[in-house]
Design a protein around this ligand. Structure first.
Ligand SMILES: [Zn+2]
Length: 97
C-alpha cells in the first residue's frame, strides 16, 4: 500500500517536472528594469524569477519577452539617457563588461 502511494507521487512529480520544463522552453519571461543604478552606473534588467530582482518600489516592468535582447531594447527605449545592462545571473547573454 505504502509502495503504491509513493510510486503514484513519484509519477506525479515526474509529470509536473516535464510540464515545467516544457513551459520554460515555450513561454516568455517577465522582465524588469532596476530603477537604481549599480555602482558603475548601469541599470540592470532582470527576469521575474531572478534572486537579484529589485523590490516592487525599485523596479519598472518592461514586459514579457522571449529573450533578454528584447527586454534591453525596451529598457533603452524607456530610459534612453541611462546605461542599461543585463543582469549577469538571469540575463547573462545580455550582460556586458
Ligand atoms: Zn537578474
Amino acid at each position: 500500500m505504502f509502495f503504491t502511494d509513493s510510486r503514484k507521487t513519484n509519477l506525479l512529480e515526474a509529470l509536473i517536472f516535464e510540464i515545467r520544463k516544457h513551459k520554460q522552453k515555450s513561454s516568455m519571461n517577465n522582465y524588469y528594469l532596476n530603477k537604481n543604478a549599480q555602482s558603475n552606473g548601469d541599470h540592470e534588467v532582470h527576469t521575474e524569477s531572478c534572486q537579484f530582482l529589485p523590490s516592487v518600489l525599485n523596479r519598472t516592468f518592461l514586459g514579457a519577452f522571449a529573450s533578454c535582447t528584447y527586454a534591453i531594447t525596451k529598457a533603452k527605449d524607456l530610459a534612453a539617457f541611462k546605461k542599461i545592462n543585463g543582469c549577469i545571473f538571469c540575463s547573462r547573454p545580455c550582460h556586458t563588461s
